[in-house]
Design a protein around this ligand. Structure first.
Ligand code: AMP
Length: 299
């Protein structure tokens, strides 16, 4: 009988900024490009797709795993957020990731920490309305992670489209050298966007969950063909609730480049939504790919 395949060695787990700096400084001195994939762990194929892209695009990849308390506005959500560090490390081992940066909250925010990074404009409305302080928390931690790793490229999912826009704005505004790479949303075969929160769904909720993606796709197709935007949005909200969601927090058409609110499809756009199944909040978004119709919003 053949001997079992040896398990690939896991990534080296680094817990301090000083250690991560020492490693990335050596890499940079060696002329290697560095890619960082920031995550909050509970890794799934969506995260792993970012890692694969980072590996294809850069010489050295660091994945970060930090459940950032500053971006949770509900204590219960922070407390119940899935934490699976060992399993995450195994998944990264299979991809040959050399470094997993897992700082503690006190390493990232030591006593006396007083800085808040706040991005106006793109952080307003959508998730910014329902989760006060969330994007300040994101902007602050991303600034720290990019500066700590000195990454040439950072990989973020379009699944969190508003977050991607906040990070792009932040890096531009602060003249940070890291280039931001947006990566497409990975979905289950039934259309549900992969999310670490999906494990919290009961079987009944899981069966209902794909309805949001389906309603967004359907509305986007109608809008692309020139259907009235407010009517299409109303119909999509109704479809999501009728399918069994408890509440639609928002469902809006926004400009692709700056998230400006749109009431007609006059420029490249995205439909974005957040909705609740019990106490699980899911978000999703879809691009509207076709060129705006001449008579957009008139039907
Ligand atoms: P999180 O751990 O949820 O903070 O996500 C870490 C990164 O993975 C973020 O850039 C997310 O946008 C990205 N991500 C999460 N889910 C998906 C998905 N289904 N497809 C692609 N990227 C994702």
């Amino acid at each position: 009988m053949a001997a079992p395949e040896p398990r690939p060695a896991g990534p080296k787990i680094i817990r301090t900024v000083a250690q991560v700096r020492a490693i990335t400084t050596a890499w940079a001195q060696n002329g290697d490009t560095i890619g960082v994939v920031p995550t909050m762990g509970a890794l799934h194929e969506g995260h792993l797709s970012l890692v694969r892209l980072a590996k294809a695009r850069t010489d050295r990849v660091i994945v970060t795993l930090f459940v950032n308390p500053k971006q949770f506005n509900r204590q219960a959500d922070l407390a119940s957020y899935p934490r699976t560090e060992d399993r995450d490390a195994q998944k990264l081992a299979a991809l040959g990731v050399p470094i997993l940066f897992c700082p503690s909250a006190s390493e990232m925010y030591p006593e006396g920490f007083s800085t808040n990074v706040s991005v106006a404009g793109v952080s307003e409305g959508l998730c910014g309305a329902g989760r006060p302080g969330h994007f300040d928390g994101v902007a602050t931690v991303v600034t720290k992670l990019l500066l700590s790793t000195m990454a040439d490229f950072a990989f973020f999912g379009e699944k969190d489209f508003q977050q991607l826009m906040v990070v792009r704005r932040l890096v531009d505004d602060l003249n940070m050298a890291t280039r931001i790479v947006g990566c497409p949303t990975v979905r289950e075969p039934d259309g549900l966007a992969l999310s670490s929160r999906n494990v919290k769904l009961t079987p009944d909720q899981r069966a209902v969950a794909p309805a949001m993606a389906e309603a967004l796709r359907h509305a986007a197709a109608k809008i692309a063909k020139g259907a009235n935007v407010p009517d299409s949005i109303d119909a999509a909200r109704q479809a999501i609730v009728e399918a069994g969601y408890d509440n639609v927090e928002y469902l809006e058409l926004r400009a692709e480049d700056n998230l400006q609110k749109l009431s007609a499809f006059t420029r490249p756009a995205r439909l974005l939504a957040a909705a609740w199944l019990g106490d699980v909040r899911l978000i999703d978004n879809v691009p509207i790919n076709d060129e705006p119709a001449q008579n957009a919003g008139q039907k």
